[in-house]
Design a protein around this ligand. Sequence first.
Ligand SMILES: C[S@@+](CC[C@H](N)C(=O)[O-])C[C@H]1O[C@@H](n2cnc3c(N)ncnc32)[C@H](O)[C@@H]1O
Length: 196
Amino acid sequence: MKRAFLVVGNRAWTKPFSLNDIPGAGRMDVLCRCVSQSLFISHGIRRNVNVFLLLLGEPDPPKVVRIDGGSVKRMSPDERNVAGHLRKALGVECGEEWVKVHSGVYVARKSPAELLRELSGDYSVYYLREDGEDIREVVPSLKNPLFVLGDHTGLHEDIERIVMEMSAKTVKVSPLSLMAEQCITIVHYELDRLHF
Ligand SMILES: C[S@@+](CC[C@H](N)C(=O)[O-])C[C@H]1O[C@@H](n2cnc3c(N)ncnc32)[C@H](O)[C@@H]1O
């Protein structure tokens, strides 16, 4: 079963940024940690996982970076390394079709609605939100799930509306409001318990 995560970076820059100030690029650090938690295990990579980062910050939104766990190369879990890949992707000219940056990393220009429409052809969409259904109730029925998360500021109203329209369910992973990357770790944990 494949899994995917879509993280919305409300202010994440859409041009190359300095690796010496990753948080300063619209909290790109949050997105880097989400990539890391989505893809990496100890001494390995989850080949069945794809990550989509929807970048909505200045100066050229919207852009989406896609990282395919099945084919990505030369990526390591540390924030700076992941940021280097994102930085490179943001330097590549792109339109509505995916452009390959290098093995397993792609970039495109897609609105939230276009992106979700495309992804809902391949995945069942679930919105991770603090007031959703308990993930333990939901996991047994999940098939090729894609989980949508906000960054440190959550999902803004206009995007949340689109996500809610396209989601099968809203799912919670904890009674507490957690950091996005922590939610990803918990989702993997719950799915791994069932499938391995
Ligand atoms: C740091 S939280 C955002 C908090 C922000 N203040 C808000 O009100 O949305 C980042 C994202 O993690 C997810 N999240 C956080 N806690 C969660 C929980 N207990 N269950 C499910 N998703 C959660 C949501 O998708 C949220 O947008």
